[in-house]
Design a protein around this ligand. Structure first.
Ligand code: GDP
Length: 594
């Protein structure tokens, strides 16, 4: 017997993707599915088992696609660590640590960054004009430290999201009069997910209502045990207002930096992260680049995301022109053709031609990716994805409505997990599901569980674009039931139906050998050939099924929009009348976009 060809199939894929994998037409695949009793449209997702039946029907041997391969590449070390991964070990030299300042709103991040900078500018040899370019460097005891100084620290979050983490150390600002707050915990989760050490700046100690000891206890409760209590977190009392403790903070940063291996090859391949970028009317694109490996020079051809250009000029944070910038140095550059996105990686290439080719290829890939949204993991898929690994770990981000709900929810979830079916809490906090939660979920492959909370609209959009599964619950047992079912691979996907359009039947035509066709006017939304359809006569549902044909002026079309006329034939149904309404709908897995 001839050996069967092998085909690798992921845990879930659309009919179209399966067709591509087996090199057949989607119609063929749909027919085979039908003969196995499964009705599926071209964009519908099917699972491995279903796909395997079809593939085997078509003479293939189906094997599970190793999902880890893809995941590994993205999850291994953060990109910034990989930037110099290819450099020969002997070429690596120490570089200044890159520090990001995070913390709850109003706890003093901006003030602290300003104070550190001012203290240093006065002490430094260059006074005068300074400008915010997204990062700056200070010197302490002859050693340089780079601070990322980005308004709102959007870039930092964005960097996390792209796995292009820029920071070596996180300074977590906690106000001594306010203590550990939701965004404090969120910042801790981000730092942990990126495996970046944390130094705590216990800020506002000048205030009379500062309660440093109480806050230290809170920090210990969230896993940041102060070193004076035998833990390994340096907690430095500071005041951004009076400048007290700032030197100690810089000292602490250098201590932590000394323990981490913070290196790069200054003569290696030049690469780094875009911190900020904007269009300036006079100067064109102005971007701040943080060099992480190699040395950036004027005249270099830089590719950043979807744009490139030859560097015309470079400036440091003091507005001085510089000719080159080595590892950990932030520089403002002129010369890029378009505004890159903050958080994007940049690299130096040999020529304009090479840069152009890279950007074109990226654009092509981006187009492909948008037409096929990348899914992370959904609760349903967890079991399938974890089949190959020894212990199964489900990463969760949990948001609840009130602090008091947190431990009951987390405790109950703990109880559901067992030794080989583990739940990892990537982050748990109060409040609605935000963009930041979604970014964290996207980088850690986590499912977001919301209990008695809502999802911010921007977070919903981001989740859809990144295929992040968000589950909302109001009743605890329902939540636990779903998670338990997911752990055991028994969770049925939830499906939601969306009406996409309606058409009114204006005339009925009888076509020889074909049957009846409805002459329709689309009165709402759009109608699609691959959608499902329901026929209403008044309040009565007469038929539900599929579209046999959709035509405009005798031509087969895929969709017709509101206000246009079209001819519609229904599959296996002829009893249509003038005045009937056709309702078109699609059925999708909840929380996903197909
Ligand atoms: P951010 O939202 O974390 O960037 O916080 P800001 O730096 O904007 O500070 C919030 C408020 O706290 C401002 O009114 C600051 O003046 C004040 N603030 C920041 N640091 C200190 C401090 O060390 N002591 C006192 N008393 N107030 C501070």
């Amino acid at each position: 017997m001839a050996e069967r060809k092998q085909v690798e199939i992921p845990p879930f894929l659309t009919v179209r993707e399966l067709a591509e994998r087996v090199g057949a037409s989607p119609i063929d695949v749909i027919k085979r599915l039908m003969s196995n009793g499964i009705m599926a449209s071209i964009n519908q997702q099917i699972d491995f088992d279903t796909a395997a039946i079809v593939a085997e029907d078509m003479g293939f041997e189906a094997r599970p696609l190793k999902v880890e391969e893809e995941a590994e590449e993205e999850e291994a070390a953060p990109t910034w660590r990989r930037i110099y991964a290819d450099e020969p070990p002997e070429s690596l030299k120490p570089r200044p640590p890159i520090v990001a300042v995070l913390g709850h709103v109003d706890h003093g991040k901006t003030s602290l960054l300003d104070t550190i900078r001012k203290t240093n500018v006065q002490a430094g040899e260059y006074g005068g004009i300074t400008q915010r370019i997204g990062a700056y460097q200070v010197k302490h005891q002859g050693q340089t430290i780079t601070f990322i100084d980005t308004p709102g620290h959007k870039a930092f979050t964005a960097m996390r999201a792209r796995g292009a983490q820029g920071a070596d150390i996180v300074v977590l600002v906690v106000a001594a009069d306010d203590g550990v707050m939701p965004q404090t915990e969120e910042a801790i989760s981000h730092a942990r997910a990126a495996q970046v050490p944390i130094v705590v700046a216990l800020n506002k100690i000048d205030k009379s209502n500062a309660r440093p000891e109480q806050v230290k206890r809170q920090l210990a409760d969230v896993g940041l045990v102060p070193d004076e209590w035998g833990g390994d977190t340096l907690v430095v009392p500071v005041s951004a207002k009076t400048g007290e403790g700032i030197e100690d903070l810089l000292e602490a940063i250098l201590l932590v930096a000394a323990e981490a291996e913070i290196v790069a090859n200054p003569d290696g391949k030049t690469a780094g992260t875009v911190l900020e970028a904007e269009m300036d009317r006079r100067r064109g694109v102005v971007a701040t680049l943080l060099v992480q490996n190699g040395t950036l020079k004027i005249g270099d051809v830089v590719v950043a995301g979807m744009t490139y250009g030859r560097l015309r000029a470079m400036f440091d944070e003091n507005g001085r022109r510089v000719k080159e910038a080595g590892p950990s140095k932030p520089v403002q550059v002129l010369g890029l053709g378009d505004v890159p996105e903050a958080g994007e990686m940049f690299t130096v290439v040999a020529s304009d031609k090479e840069a152009k080719a890279i950007v074109e290829e990226r654009k092509r890939q981006a187009e492909e990716a948008t037409s096929r949204p990348r899914r992370t993991i959904s609760l349903e898929e967890f079991f399938a994805l974890s089949q190959d690994s020894e212990t199964k770990e489900l990463n969760l981000i949990v948001k609840v409505s009130a602090q008091g709900m947190l431990s009951p929810v987390l405790d109950s979830l703990e109880e559901v997990s067992t030794d080989d079916l583990k739940i990892n809490f990537i982050h748990a906090g109060t409040g609605d599901v935000t963009e930041s939660d979604v970014m964290l979920a996207s980088t850690t492959n986590a499912v977001i569980i919301g209990f008695q909370v809502r999802v911010e609209p921007s977070a919903r959009r981001l989740a859809e674009a990144n295929g992040v599964d968000i589950r909302l619950y109001n009743i605890i047992y329902k939540l636990l039931e779903d998670v338990e079912l997911a752990l055991h691979g028994l969770l049925e996907p939830e499906y939601v139906e969306t009406t996409i359009g309606k058409a009114e039947i204006r005339r009925v035509f009888r076509i020889p050998r074909v049957g009846k066709v409805a002459g329709c006017l689309v009165v709402e939304g759009e109608v699609r050939r691959n959608a499902q359809v329901r026929l209403w006569r008044g309040d009565e549902k007469i038929f539900e099924g599929r579209v046999r044909s959709l035509k405009r002026f005798d031509e087969d079309v895929r969709e017709v929009r509101t206000g246009f006329e079209c001819g519609i034939g229904l599959e296996g149904f002829d009893d249509i009348q003038e005045g009937d309404i056709l309702e078109f709908f699609v059925v999708e897995k909840a929380g996903t976009q197909t």
